[in-house]
Write a protein that binds this ligand. Sequence first.
Ligand SMILES: *Cc1c(COP(=O)(O)O)cnc(C)c1O
Length: 251
Amino acid sequence: MSEAAAIDTAGICDRLDDVARRAGNAAERSGRRPGDVRVMLATKTQPAEAIIAAVQHGFALIGENRVQELVAKAADLEPYSHEAHLIGPLQSNKVNHALRHVSCIQSIDRLDIAEKIQRRLDVIDQTVDYYIQVNTSGEESKFGIDPAQAIEFARSLAPLDRLRLRGLMTIGLNSPDPDAVRPSYQGLVDVRSALVDAGFGDGGGSAATDNGAAGGLELSMGMSADFELAIEEGATLVRVGSSVFGARPQP
Ligand SMILES: *Cc1c(COP(=O)(O)O)cnc(C)c1O
């Protein structure tokens, strides 16, 4: 039996509708329009058939963690119009592959990788959007730059003219307590304010989504367990996986 037969398409669609409804309500609670917040599917470990079911249901914004998975699913997804971002760490030997499959890299936290991306984009004469990943929870295990270094880091990337700063990404504190998680998201809002005050954002050619985000800089924050809270704090893009596709197998 093919893998496709095992996909619970109806369940995926129901859960997508539920996530969209909850995200829209949270946007309204934060004084915004439902359309101001985009729902990204975090598709790690999911087979292409499950992703295609979601894309065909109108959720065409996809985030993958690993370049290998992007490559493996690319041919299956290719016929279905979608937008793919990388949301996991990028190793320098995967830069070329990543640039073939994504329009945005949300996980930029190293200058040397950004420089490598710029060199490759020079060769293929293209540009790429990026978000700076910020470690707002202070957890050692997390990738991302220190919030206090955001302006300096953004300045160091500014000369890389093929990379377009479009936003900031963070992974919130891993805690069931909303009051403990919230500062992770407030911290990303503060970093964006500091960057906008320092003159970042609203640059680099084509406009970002018109969702009222300060400086045109998106805030990618919030996952299945806490996306409503993240939206209340100002997220413009939430990344949900298990709430749509079900629990992932434990590694
Ligand atoms: C897996 C993942 C998500 C989604 O996590 P869920 O809890 O399944 O919604 C979001 N962002 C990143 C970076 C991830 O790796």
